[in-house]
Design a protein around this ligand. Structure first.
Ligand code: GCU
Length: 694
């Protein structure tokens, strides 16, 4: 293997280390080109092309997977000239993999791209060494490919150390300190780098007392974590508290227009960048669920975000400002307040007011990471704002890594949602800053995708070993949101379960069983939990398991309004909260009208009688019965299917998955029985099929 790149670069050093590990295991030698090394006689060549980059230009994105303009670059490389002017824009993360003059080749833009290209070569496997001369160019569609950790340094209240974490403690912190042994974190960074993640938030968005000090006297912890992530092309970010100038700075106020407050943040930014020159920036949850924010001073979210953005700007840092803002102290008796409306009402009027280094981080739906929600209308409403879409890899509302729920199909559906109807500009294109199609081709400013991570210090990293598929799928969709998601799962299966023979591949029965368990698992979970987009119905606080009325009379704004006649939330303009008006056409009308609203979102948008007939001819109440019986029965089939792989996957992994599937079966039956019984009692309508309801 010939490596033609500057090994003083941390990411190139990582590539060299990977190549050496591989050759120690599989044979061969690694040669680092020094200018005099002949560029011939190698089986594999990895090289960084120097170039005249034009970051942000659309042309290289359009060159995605095309070969033509770059073949001469590589010829020149292989001809011995190791620096080449590509004469065409190479972008961040861009690389080509393939064959040239009979040699397996990776050629990459400077930065982390060489690492991405090397891992692409690994995914190509034997194919990289056969076939015609051809280079396939690839580059990430999303600039931001970020994982947020909701990790606390200390253990806090009932939520434990990792808020909504289902995989044990934090891999970063233990007993109130950064871990001495960061080998887990190192392995994690290596994993994330291999799938193109380029940013990590190091602490919970709910910033508690100890964690606030990561910005001050605990900055040394950030330095050490940055050292862990840097070699894998990943920048680190800190969640900060808007009240920090008061709580840790001792100032009388945190008002964004107060010069003392501005100076305080500028000084903190200077400190951080002196210690971590490639620090990414801040993540901020403000005026949300009790966190402090600019509202206390009569300022808005643009004032708040720009305060921090201006502190970071001299160093190239970015503020990720979360749009998850709503009234969590609402009176359930007040039918006019609608939590779903809140983010749009707060943020859409601020479009154009955010500085260029602010990214507005918007949850994919208007509520909170439910198994089914419409796509947030905020995403289409702010064409002059950089906007990142936030997903939840940790399965807070989707089985908490006790249930096997692969979220790939949900994310894929969200990312492909066309805001102006079929074939129009998608969620993924807005986040990526790609030009739109149809009525309005102007690109939004680019940002990307963010998700809440699901790892912990658990033996299998993610509690449920199969939840690793969600982490992998998120990263691959951030790279290419239009990827065939089932193929992504298949790729994960192949890499995770390589089979007993070296190079022999995954055993067919293992591959088939994993597909059987995971392919439809999101829809199965939806079937036995809250129906037709109504959401929640979970136990308050921890959010695991069913409790239909658990949130019905609480201040949280998450209601289903079931009575003896019907169920659902009227969000129409005609008679409800008017939420449908936040969508552009055609969705504002599609959702408004009972005749056109998609069934799976029916109860999100409308309050209907139990006898309302769905498109398949079933009534709403019969749908609730049928899906809950079918969904729970399906979990039994999955548990049975898993027994086929006993002895073919590691025993401990087999046992852990079997144990979790047993819990999923139990929990799905609990959901089935509570939901069917609740609605049987409430509606008085019996199950047409006469099944047991309590
Ligand atoms: C949910 C979740 C909280 C989290 C919040 C957020 O409400 O239950 O634990 O803090 O989302 O995204 O900020």
């Amino acid at each position: 293997v010939l490596l033609a790149a500057d090994v003083a670069e941390p990411v190139v050093a990582t590539v060299l280390d990977e190549l050496r590990r591989a050759s120690a295991r599989w044979g061969g030698t690694v040669v680092v080109a020094d200018g005099s090394t002949p560029a011939t006689g190698h089986d594999v060549v990895l090289a960084v092309a120097s170039h005249a980059a034009t970051p942000g230009s659309g042309s290289a994105r359009e060159a995605h997977a095309s070969t033509a303009p770059y073949a001469p670059v590589l010829r020149a490389l292989l001809g011995g000239a190791l620096t080449v002017d590509a004469g065409a824009p190479l972008q961040d993360g861009m690389f080509a993999v393939g064959r040239q003059d009979g040699v397996a080749v990776v050629v990459a833009a400077p930065g982390a791209a060489l690492l991405y290209g090397m891992h692409a070569l690994v995914r190509h496997g034997e194919r990289a060494f056969e076939g015609p001369d051809e280079l396939l160019w690839d580059l990430p569609v999303q600039d931001v490919r970020m994982l947020d950790h909701w990790d606390n340094v200390d253990v806090h209240d009932v939520m434990g150390q990792v808020e909504r974490g289902y995989s044990g403690g934090s891999i970063f912190y233990d007993a109130g300190q950064l871990r001495d042994d960061l080998s887990r974190a190192r392995a994690y960074a290596r994993l994330l780098g291999s799938v193109g993640i380029n940013a990590v938030g190091l602490n919970n968005v709910n910033v508690h007392r100890t964690e606030a000090r990561l910005l001050t006297d605990r900055l040394g912890d950030v330095v050490r974590l940055a050292e862990v992530f840097r070699p894998h092309g990943i920048r680190v970010y800190l969640s900060v508290s808007f009240a920090a100038p008061m709580t840790i700075g001792g100032l009388p106020s945190s008002d964004p227009i107060d010069p003392e407050v501005q100076a305080w943040w500028a000084a903190r930014a200077a400190d951080v960048y002196a210690a971590v020159p490639d620090f990414g920036g801040f993540v901020v949850k403000a005026d949300s669920e009790g966190r402090p924010g600019p509202f206390a001073y009569g300022r808005d979210h643009a004032d708040g975000a720009n305060l921090l953005a201006r502190a970071l700007a001299p160093y190239g840092g970015t503020v990720f400002w979360r749009a998850f803002v709503y009234d969590h102290t609402q009176d359930w008796r007040d039918r006019s307040t609608d939590r779903a409306r809140a983010a749009y009402d707060h943020f859409a009027p601020l479009d154009g007011r955010f500085d260029d280094n602010v990214v507005l981080q918007v949850k994919y739906g208007p509520m909170d990471f439910q198994v089914r929600e419409p796509v947030s209308p905020v995403i289409a409403a702010m064409p002059r704002t950089r906007l990142a879409v936030e997903l939840q890899v940790t399965q807070e509302y989707t089985g908490q890594q006790q249930h096997a729920v692969w979220l790939g199909p949900q994310w894929s559906e969200i990312l492909a949602f066309g805001f102006h109807g079929e074939g129009s500009r998608t969620v993924a294109e807005i986040a990526a800053g790609l030009p739109g199609r149809g009525t309005d081709p102007r690109p939004f400013p680019a940002a990307g995708l963010v998700a809440v991570s699901n790892v912990g210090d658990d033996e299998f990293w993610t509690g449920h070993p199969l939840a690793q598929a969600n982490l992998y799928t998120f990263a691959r969709l951030a790279w290419d949101p239009s990827a065939d998601v089932r193929a992504v799962l298949d790729e994960w299966i192949g890499l995770t379960f390589p089979g007993p023979e070296p190079g022999g591949g995954t055993e067919p029965v293992v591959r088939e069983t994993l597909h059987a368990v995971l392919d439809e698992s999101w829809r199965t979970y939806e079937a036995y939990t809250s129906p037709l987009g109504v959401g929640f119905m979970v136990r308050p606080g921890h959010h695991y398991g069913p409790d239909v009325d658990g949130y019905e009379y609480t201040p949280w704004g998450t209601y289903h309004f079931a009575d003896r006649d019907g169920i659902g939330v009227d969000r129409t303009r005609a008679t409800g909260t008017g939420y449908t008006s936040q969508y552009p056409a055609p969705w504002r009308d599609v959702y408004e009208d009972l005749a056109t609203v998609p069934d799976e979102l029916l109860l999100f948008f409308h309050h209907v009688p139990y006898g309302h007939v769905l498109r398949d001819g079933t009534t709403v109440i019969q749908h609730v019965y049928d899906t809950h019986f079918a969904g729970a029965a399906r979990t039994e089939e999955l548990a049975k299917a898993w027994t086929d792989v006993e002895g073919r996957v590691p025993d401990a992994l087999f046992a852990r998955v079997a144990e979790r599937l047993a819990e999923q079966v139990r929990s799905a039956h609990e959901w089935r029985d509570q939901l069917t019984t609740y609605f049987r009692r409430k509606s008085g309508v019996p199950d047409a099929r006469g099944r047991t309801i309590y």
